[in-house]
Write a protein that binds this ligand. Structure first.
Ligand code: SF4
Ligand code: F3S
Length: 104
């Protein structure tokens, strides 16, 4: 499956949600995650993210993001449509190591 990394935190553009054929995104307060048991590995979401926050399971360091997505997806509500991203989303794009900012 694909996974969302901490690059999504406080960016949360949600362009990814609009293209997923199986609606396997789940919404936290300031980040989305992908349910690994539902993702069909189509790959269409990955190039849609303006923050380059989506990785394939073959990517370097993907294990920690797969684990985070697997843990949080069952706890968060499903999201199937894009809404308004945070007003300051662009200010957080490309900022490294945002994991401490995650709201669970
Ligand atoms: Fe959805 Fe495909 Fe992205 Fe998986 S890889 S989350 S199925 S769009
Ligand atoms: Fe996050 Fe990128 Fe989707 S910032 S909400 S993974 S489009």
């Amino acid at each position: 499956p694909y996974a969302i990394t901490s690059a999504c935190i406080r960016c949360k553009y949600m362009d990814c949600v609009e293209v997923c054929p199986v609606d396997c995104f789940y919404e936290g307060e300031n980040m989305l995650v992908i349910h690994p048991d539902e993702c069909i590995d189509c790959g269409v979401c990955e190039p849609e993210c303006p923050a380059e926050a989506i990785v394939a399971d073959s990517a370097d360091g993907a294990e920690q993001w797969l684990a985070l997505n697997a843990r949080l997806a069952p706890l968060w509500p499903n999201i199937t449509h894009k809404s308004e991203p945070p007003a300051d989303a662009d200010d957080w794009k490309g900022i490294p190591d945002k994991i401490d900012l995650l709201s669970e």
